[in-house]
Design a protein around this ligand. Structure first.
Ligand SMILES: [Zn+2]
Length: 146
């Protein structure tokens, strides 16, 4: 597998260190990093949910949109508590974004030159088997309308 070169991307340099610029970042390195960040996010989110008495299952879906804030995806019996958890939760938004950036990088490395559909939003599903990350078409709605 050829290594995709990091180029002058300061984000890559920050995440992967100085060697990234010299030797390029391999797909494997990005994938490993993305998975690790996702696991960390899963642990962080579960701790916060536990503290609020929200148990999994049922799974909790989170979606991050380009045009709106992080929000709940799909139905959940404790949706109200989840909205309260998400709203104004800077740390959650920041951690979510860190995972999103890595998975976007991974997607770009896996499909070079491919433009992504505008409605493709980043999702993290918190399940009893662990967190899952994926891009999926999503009809963005302003937060708090559910
Ligand atoms: Zn969206």
């Amino acid at each position: 597998m050829p290594s995709s070169h990091a180029g002058a991307n300061p984000g890559l340099k920050r995440i992967f260190g100085q060697t990234a610029e010299k030797e390029g970042v391999t797909l494997t390195a990005i994938r490993r990093r993305a998975q690790r960040q996702l696991s960390k996010f899963g642990v962080f989110a579960r701790e916060q949910l536990d503290a609020r008495g929200i148990t999994i299952p049922p799974g909790v879906g989170l979606v991050g949109c380009h045009n709106c804030a992080l929000t709940l995806d799909g139905e959940h019996p404790q949706a109200e508590a989840l909205y309260a958890w998400i709203e104004g939760n800077v740390k959650l938004a920041k951690n979510f974004k860190e995972v999103e950036v890595l998975f976007e990088m991974l997607r770009a490395a896996e499909h070079p030159g491919q433009t992504e559909p505008v409605n493709s939003c980043f999702h993290i599903g918190l399940t009893s088997a662990g967190p899952v990350a994926y891009f999926q078409e999503h009809l963005c709605t302003p937060q708090g309308n559910a």
